[in-house]
Design a protein around this ligand. Structure first.
Ligand code: CA
Length: 227
């Protein structure tokens, strides 16, 4: 089980890493929010221990941005004493549980185990790892899409775009939002790239690509996925 620890207190990093490692967890730590966020995006973790007050990017922003990117790794927030409102905010933004500092390691372990039990094997997917709309079936675990039971070949980017749409269905996304969420901040594609990929997805999945039923254009704003 891989745990990402995002925490800027050196003493706590050492203590928690030692303890969690001795419990059999594989611990990766990040001492600032930006590094933690990047690691959570690039690698697969089973759980994220997330401090709130962090240099470069705070815990709330990390939780919110991860969820926006469709990353569903369970998050256990570590809040400072007395930050009651902050706990609520953390849960609202996508954290799964919180623990107030200072805490007993035994309590932390109990929370971690509870979260891991609840987590559907940490996959970044929709519930049950599958999703259906119309005659299209999406299997997130196998990264497979079928239309009328015939396999549809999607590129990795088309699949990621479709997954993002499904996980955020009903929401309007600007082209820039889609670029950030699906292609990533460091990528250099233009908003035209988004249009092209959407055209391809419609071609492959929609009954009538010229009058799309699922991947809709919202004029002047962007796109939304509707089921
Ligand atoms: Ca801190």
């Amino acid at each position: 089980m891989k745990i990402l620890l995002v925490e800027d207190e050196k003493g706590l990093i050492v203590t928690l890493t030692d303890r969690l490692t001795s419990e059999g967890f594989d611990v990766t730590s990040a001492a600032d929010g930006k590094t933690g966020f990047d690691l959570a995006c690039e690698q697969q973790f089973d759980l994220i221990l997330l401090d709130v007050m962090l240099p470069k990017k705070n815990g709330y922003d990390i939780a919110r941005d991860l969820r926006q990117k469709g990353i569903q790794t369970p998050i256990l927030m570590l809040t400072a004493k007395g930050e009651t409102i902050d706990k609520v905010l953390g849960l609202k933004l996508g954290a799964d549980d919180y623990l107030t500092k200072p805490f007993e390691v035994i309590e932390l372990l109990a929370r971690i185990e509870a979260l891991l039990r609840r987590s559907p094997n940490n996959s970044e997917s929709a519930p049950n790892g599958a999703f259906r709309f119309g005659d299209v079936g999406v299997d997130f675990k196998r990264a497979e899409v079928k239309k009328s039971n015939t396999k549809v070949e999607l590129s990795a980017m088309e699949f990621r775009l479709l997954q993002y749409f499904i996980e955020n269905r009903g929401t309007v996304h600007s082209r820039d939002d889609l670029l950030d969420a699906v292609w990533g901040y460091d990528a250099m594609p233009t908003t035209r790239t988004v249009d092209v990929h959407i055209a391809w997805l419609r071609q492959k999945l929609e009954e009538n690509p010229r009058h799309p039923q699922y991947i809709q254009t919202v004029h002047g704003m962007g796109y939304k996925f509707v089921v």
